[in-house]
Design a binder for this molecule. Structure first.
Ligand SMILES: Nc1ncnc2c1ncn2[C@@H]1O[C@H](COP(=O)(O)OP(=O)(O)O)[C@@H](O)[C@H]1O
Ligand SMILES: [Mg+2]
Length: 255
């Protein structure tokens, strides 16, 4: 789609930016304390994360920025409860992940966190709406899934494309289906790993702007890993990673 509809969404998002950014001082939704993650590869130890500490405030678009191999995916996996630190603590929604049972973690991932990946990972034989409905079903969502799916597709500007299948959609549109799928369950947090990695730069910008809009409109916190310098134009807070450490934290769009 192009993209009057999307343009309207992005224009509208401008008026929300100040509001969301004021929350940069809000309470943390994620706290990582002295987290180290060492992978054993044969007899070698790979230090993917070295004693990382950070806090992500609620209600912002936060970026984990760094080159390939800097530790972004490892950190996202720790935050999402998909992996555990070798040492250190990850606290999500004020609860240490280490104190949760496996069932509680699954519950968290289904209901409180949405995931978006570089490769979209949507089902090729399902329409946009069916892709979103499938996620709602997995999450045990009992309300009208069709209505909820259409609402989510509307938010990402794909309302008119709800019945189209992935092959009829551009890469940017497919990624927006994946984003609709992630937000349809009303999570507190969306974790996105290089969501613009397979898109051209203009489309990548639209995805970043869309995340900012979602933060403002839905109150969802978004943490996005990227190596794209353009993120500086969109993120409220940027954590720069290098060689498994945080080199810098800055606030390109404070209040
Ligand atoms: N499953 C794994 N086994 C061994 N080494 C890994 C594994 N996952 C990541 N690494 C290593 O950890 C470091 C950080 O990787 P990663 O978190 O994927 O970085 P990024 O997402 O920034 O590219 C890299 O040196 C990578 O090779
Ligand atoms: Mg990665």
């Amino acid at each position: 789609m192009t993209d009057l509809r999307l343009k309207n969404i992005l224009d509208r998002s401008e008026s929300y930016v100040g509001k969301a950014a004021q929350q940069v001082k809000a309470e943390p939704i994620i706290q990582v304390e002295n987290a180290t993650r060492i992978y054993q590869v044969g007899s070698n130890n790979v230090h993917a994360l070295r004693n990382i500490s950070l806090e992500v405030p609620k209600g912002v678009l936060a970026a984990l920025k760094g080159r390939s191999g800097s530790g972004k995916t490892t950190l996202l996996n720790l935050i999402g409860g998909l992996d555990k630190p070798t040492s250190g603590t990850v606290i999500l929604f004020n609860e240490p992940l280490s104190s949760m049972t496996a069932d509680q973690l699954v519950d968290y991932r289904r209901h409180r966190i949405g995931f978006v990946f570089q490769s979209f990972a949507i089902m090729p034989l399902f329409s946009a709406r069916e892709n979103v409905e499938l996620m709602l079903r997995i999450a045990g969502y009992n309300e009208d899934r069709k209505v909820a799916a259409l609402r989510a597709l509307d938010i990402v500007g794909l309302g008119p494309w709800a019945n189209h299948r992935p092959w009829e959609l551009s890469g940017g549109q497919q990624q927006r289906v994946a984003i609709a799928r992630a937000l349809a369950t009303h999570p507190d947090l969306i974790l996105a790993d290089e969501p613009t990695g397979e898109l051209d730069s203009g489309t990548g910008r639209q995805i970043m702007a869309l995340f900012r809009y979602i933060v403002a409109r839905e109150g969802i916190t978004v943490v996005m890993a990227t190596h794209d310098p353009m993120i500086e134009e969109y993120a409220h807070v940027v954590y720069e990673l290098s060689d498994g450490q945080i080199q810098d934290v800055h606030y390109p769009h404070p209040a």
